[in-house]
Design a protein around this ligand. Structure first.
Ligand code: SF4
Length: 362
């Protein structure tokens, strides 16, 4: 009898794709031969070529798309049984239970040396830019630690582990079993207390502790929680903050404030740009800002002004980005900032206003 064949297509995962690994196990157990094609698309909104996949000879194709922006990149020919899933396509396309219950087939990613998985799903919060509560609902436990671990180290992708009522038990188990681990989606710093902060500090933690500082209104709370955490993890730059950034946020008083706050507190920033930053009138500025924040060594060593002078010889770009960062006219350029729909929220200074008037621009 001819062996049946499955083609898995991983369009844009940065790490081993859990859904595809489970599908692989499910079909291998049924005697299928499974192969993986990895396409390595990013989430950056630049022009992307469509990938033409010839799936002739395969009985079934499964593709996973994580980022919405990659929704249209696949063209699959030669097979009539194609299923495309992932949060980039829909929030309501969970795996059937019999596949979801399978183990992950890590052999699809032979260079990988780490386990990935979730102890919990869902979240107690409802941040407007986040799909987790819509897709996964309220926080709930889905696995025990031992269900996830198959390697010497493990990356947990839980979205809000400290919101889980029994998280103390879980952290205690991780500590007692000396498991090398990380929570890579960020830990909710607002939920820190002496108990869980101490336990986190006692883990065999991989790299930095990721938290988030998304809302400027939380600044006092986050500072007090950071001080609490530093009682247990005092090393500088051992904390990394996700900083969500949207063109409708005031650049100087919100985005730059949080970046400078990170520097003052010896915390690494990780700027998470909303997709709309790429369409904004300040597009280049957000690209520069991200390049600055997300390159650890440059961020630690250089001011933004020094960084921009090294980054580009384009004087106009230097001046615009520096002006926006420091909220001042710099060189000949006004620090005028725009909302996502292109309307200015910070008007040009008097000098540039009159110049622009003469040119009929204002
Ligand atoms: S706390 Fe994190 S996971 Fe929860 S809704 Fe906000 S961004 Fe999403």
């Amino acid at each position: 009898m001819e062996t049946k064949k499955i083609l898995l297509i991983d369009v844009d995962s940065k790490i081993p794709n859990i859904a595809l690994m489970k599908i692989s196990t499910y079909y291998k157990l049924k005697g299928y031969v499974v192969s993986l094609k990895k396409l390595n698309y990013t989430y950056y909104p630049k022009d992307r070529n469509q990938s033409l996949i010839n799936a002739e000879g395969y009985d079934r194709v499964f593709a996973s798309i994580i980022f919405k922006i990659n929704k249209q990149v696949l063209k699959i020919v030669g097979c009539n049984d194609v299923q495309i899933g992932g949060v980039g396509v829909s929030l309501n396309n969970d795996l059937p239970l019999e596949i979801d219950n399978c183990k992950k087939d890590y052999s699809l990613y032979p260079d990988n040396d780490c386990s990935y998985g979730f102890i919990s799903r869902g979240c107690i919060r409802n941040c407007y830019f986040c799909v987790v509560p819509k897709k996964e609902g309220m926080i709930h436990q889905v696995n025990k630690i031992d269900d996830v671990i198959e390697h010497k180290k493990v990356i947990f992708m839980d979205n809000n582990i400290l919101a889980l009522p029994n998280h103390i038990e879980i952290l205690t188990e991780l500590r007692d079993k000396k498991i090398r681990c990380q929570f890579n989606q960020g830990i909710d710093i607002r939920l820190l207390n002496d108990n869980n902060a101490k336990l986190l500090s006692e883990l065999k933690y991989i790299g930095e502790y990721f938290f988030a500082f998304d809302n400027i209104k939380d600044k006092e709370l986050i500072k007090s929680k950071l001080d609490l955490f530093k009682k247990y993890v005092s090393k500088n730059w051992k904390v990394k903050m996700f900083l969500y950034c949207h063109p409708d946020m005031d650049i100087y008083n919100n985005v730059v404030y949080r970046i400078n706050w990170c520097k003052e507190n010896k915390v690494l920033p990780y700027l998470m740009r909303d997709q709309s930053c790429w369409q904004s009138n300040n597009r280049e500025f957000y690209i520069d800002l991200c390049a600055y924040c997300n390159q650890v060594n440059l961020f630690k060593k250089l001011s933004f002004k020094e960084f921009m002078k090294k980054r580009t010889k384009n004087i106009q770009r230097q001046e615009k980005s520096i002006g926006l960062y420091y909220d001042e006219c710099y060189g000949g350029v006004c620090a005028q900032a725009f909302l996502s729909d292109g309307t200015p929220y910070k008007l040009p200074c008097e000098k540039h206003k009159s110049e622009q008037k003469e040119l009929g621009l204002y």
